[in-house]
Design a protein around this ligand. Structure first.
Ligand code: 13P
Length: 255
């Protein structure tokens, strides 16, 4: 039985004061919820604050992206060891907003995935199709190409490392992100099963173990239905992760 994982992606929201209030409420809300795992991915400037508030709690913290280089003249970039230095254990990779707004590609996602696992970070690789691709029936083609771009570059040793770190996949259809219209549970189940089957072609044990999250307008009101699907192992939450009550309710649904 895979343990469910609920990840909050704060995106570019927050400040010292509001973060403290939000984190204190979430800490109190999930303290007794011991049957799932929780992570918040906060903006980089607040990782130090997250570490101070979340150490000794049952909530982990992570980055929203990472660079593939270890150090150097890369203005504005953050290296994997900088995230681990601040206690991060997870990092989001290939988020659709990084792909669509910042010109990141399967190539960068792949290089960053490798760099992340080598630093000991658990990667959360985001995949998902646009509305046009969805309407054209291309969901599985797009998801497969995004997955393969990363999986194919991992040699056996790297794949074993990713497995050991409990790599995570997140299916986030772009038409559901920030729109208030979550994908139907049955559609999500179909794609999650597709993702798991694809991993199984490489390694059946890894496929059984990998947690596949759904993201895209996941709220307290639809969390239970989505989490009831056999291949939905949790959620990647945007907007609702900024509201303590909503986020805690989603965490409760994962228990
Ligand atoms: P929303 O939950 O706001 O739709 O965002 C989903 C997302 O992009 C999480 O990474």
């Amino acid at each position: 039985m895979r343990r469910k994982l609920v990840v909050g992606n704060w995106k570019m929201h927050g400040d010292l004061t509001s973060n403290q209030l939000l984190l204190e409420r979430i800490i109190n809300g999930v303290r007794e919820l011991n049957n799932a795992d929780y992570v918040v991915c906060v903006p980089n400037p607040y990782l130090f604050q997250a570490r101070e508030l979340l150490k000794n709690t049952n909530i982990a913290w992570g980055g929203q992206n990472v660079d593939q280089h270890e150090e150097g003249a890369f203005t504005g970039a953050v290296a994997p060891h900088m995230l681990t230095d601040l206690g991060c254990t997870y990092v989001l990779l290939g988020h659709s907003e990084r792909r669509s707004l910042f010109h990141e590609t399967n190539l960068t996602a792949s290089a960053r995935f490798e760099a992340a696992i080598k630093a000991g970070l658990t990667p959360i690789l985001c995949v998902g199709e646009t509305l046009a691709e969805h309407n054209a029936g291309l969901t599985e083609v797009v998801v497969a190409s995004q997955m393969d771009a990363v999986m194919a570059t991992l040699n056996e040793q790297e794949f074993a490392l990713a497995k050991q770190l409990n790599m995570v996949f997140a299916y986030e259809p772009l038409w559901a992100v920030g729109t208030g219209k979550a994908a139907a549970s049955e559609h999500v189940q179909t794609i999650h099963k597709f993702i798991r089957d694809r991993i199984a072609k490489r390694n059946t044990q890894a496929a059984a173990q990998v947690r596949i999250l759904y993201g895209g307008s996941l709220k307290a009101k639809n969390a239970k239905d989505l989490f009831a699907m056999p291949d939905v192992d949790g959620g990647l939450i945007g907007g609702a992760s900024l509201l303590a009550n909503e986020f805690v309710e989603i965490c409760r649904a994962a228990n």
